[in-house]
Design a protein around this ligand. Structure first.
Ligand SMILES: [Zn+2]
Length: 494
């Protein structure tokens, strides 16, 4: 079955086929590094990670994934006026914008690692691609799609007929509801900034480049057009430079649909002379609500990864929770929901640790005969899992298949070797797809200690506390301390 994905551009599910056979080019709009990203941001990055993994695991594609870091040019409220988010934060923290970008980039990368998000092929920073952005702006000026005003260079939306096709914000609608404060110098209220000059509100902008040379400049007046790029042009430039002018997939949060992605399409298609959107598929993650409100930094109701970990959850519990709700459904965050996700993830993990066989003693009446499981049965589960994932990443469907398989294995006699091998293959596929089932302690702990810990878990399950204490001492002799927390054993090197 082909992979079917809901394309925000066409507004329906389509068969996914890459432009070049075997290789998928994918761009994800990364964070603006003016604060630690919140879990709503990560839910969008997790969707991209899941998609990338499924393209690899389920279809054998080589995925070239690019995920940018916005360290300049993203203005407050995603608009063309107001302050740059990174510069504003720098002022608040009394430091310079590069230090702010560095600090929050580091926190972002820590969180991504903790959430087991795979490393993309590239993580370009906007400040490193200024000449590429200027090249596109110059092309747009030459082609008549852009013009200069006293405070910058703007894209003329009226020169791009399909403007509004992605978001539904077509020009007639934007005209009718023009609430935007009109900049007199703009030809149309919806025209957006490609480049902002360091004048007016942005007169003191610290990060600035010469419009002529693309070089960093610190002196005012040297080049009257010196300034910094608009947020949208950054992604068009980085995507084209690293992945090519036309790509397969573009992902982001639903907040990115308008204006960000609408504007990316307009400027890339015009600059590169394309008849179709430069990215063929557009996938958007729905938002997360916290206490009935959209989780957003500007509303102040955000949760960070460390805040969740502090409450005793593993980052992988959070990963599982955020992925378990379909990406086109709003997730209403609750601690209860996270707790249920943790229990569900850990039950799957336990089952996997035992090779998928006999995680629980089957409840059977004495003398009742247990059914057997065959290779074909496992293949069926495997196929159903793939069908669910191929149906626009139907994660809840895929999880239901896993739980069905667990139930069946737990109520069957120990399978033969070929069935065990098929089961191992299926389990590996689930692990690689979800990335939620790496045991946090498995790699770092020597196998001898691991074996004692497992034996201790079995002793505790039987309420044999004498044996449990004996094993605790044996583990200690090997240089590890074991503590019992939230029904789980935590191991620490002494
Ligand atoms: Zn972007």
């Amino acid at each position: 079955m082909p992979l079917r994905l809901y394309n925000t551009f066409s507004k329906h599910e389509e068969d996914f086929k890459p432009l070049k056979p075997g290789v998928v080019t994918m761009y994800t709009c990364g964070p603006t590094v003016y604060g630690r990203p919140h879990i709503g941001n990560y839910s969008s990055f997790l969707m991209a990670d899941l998609l990338r993994r499924w393209l690899e695991v389920g279809h054998g594609y080589k995925v070239k994934h690019v995920k940018n870091i916005t360290d300049v040019g993203h203005l407050i409220a995603d608009r063309d006026d107001g302050e740059d988010k990174v510069e504003k934060q720098a002022k608040q923290e009394k430091t310079d914008p590069l230090a702010i970008a560095k600090r929050y980039t580091q926190q972002y990368l820590e969180d991504e690692k903790a959430l087991n998000i795979r490393e993309p092929e590239a993580r370009p920073r906007a400040t490193e691609y200024i000449p590429e952005m200027l090249a596109i702006i110059n092309t747009l000026l030459e082609k008549g799609n852009a013009y200069e005003t006293p405070d910058g260079f703007y894209f003329s939306v009226e020169t791009f007929e399909p403007y509004g096709k992605l978001s539904g914000n077509t020009l007639d609608k934007l005209d009718a509801g023009a609430r935007i404060k009109v900049d007199e110098a703009k030809r149309h209220p919806a025209d957006f900034a490609l480049w902002k000059k360091c004048v007016g509100t942005n007169g003191h902008h610290l990060l600035r480049w010469s419009f002529q040379t693309g070089q960093r400049t610190e002196t005012e007046g040297e080049d009257p057009a010196s300034g910094f790029p608009g947020w949208h042009i950054e992604c068009s430039a980085m995507s084209a430079k690293i992945l090519g002018e036309e790509i397969d997939l573009h992902t982001g949060g639903e907040d990115n649909i308008f204006p960000h992605h609408e504007c990316e399409i307009a400027q890339s298609d015009c600059a590169f002379g394309l008849k179709e959107p430069f990215a063929r598929f557009w996938l958007h993650k729905r938002r997360i609500d916290l206490a009935g409100e959209k989780m957003s930094k500007s509303l102040g109701n955000v949760l960070s990864v460390p805040a969740v970990v502090e409450k005793g959850y593993s980052p992988l519990d959070l990963r599982y929770y955020l992925l378990s709700v379909h990406y086109r459904t709003n997730l209403k965050f609750s601690w209860e929901g996270l707790g249920q996700a943790r229990d569900s993830r850990r039950s799957i993990l336990e089952w996997m640790k035992k090779g998928g066989v006999g995680a629980y003693a089957p409840v059977v009446k004495p003398g009742a005969k247990l059914p057997s499981v065959s290779v074909n049965d496992i293949q069926e589960f495997d196929d159903e899992f793939s069908v669910a994932m191929d149906t626009d990443l139907n994660v809840s469907g895929a999880l239901a298949v896993i739980h069905n398989c667990m139930r069946k294995m737990n109520a069957s006699i120990t399978p033969d070797e070929p069935t065990k091998i098929a089961l191992q293959k299926f389990i590996q596929k689930i692990r690689d797809t979800f990335g939620c089932f790496e045991s946090e302690i498995a790699e770092a702990i020597p196998s001898a200690v691991r074996a004692l810990v497992d034996a201790r878990a079995a002793a505790r399950a039987k309420k044999d506390f004498q044996e449990s204490d004996r094993l605790r001492d044996a583990i200690k002799k090997l240089g590890y301390e074991v503590r019992d927390e939230m029904k789980e054993q935590k191991i620490k090197k002494l």
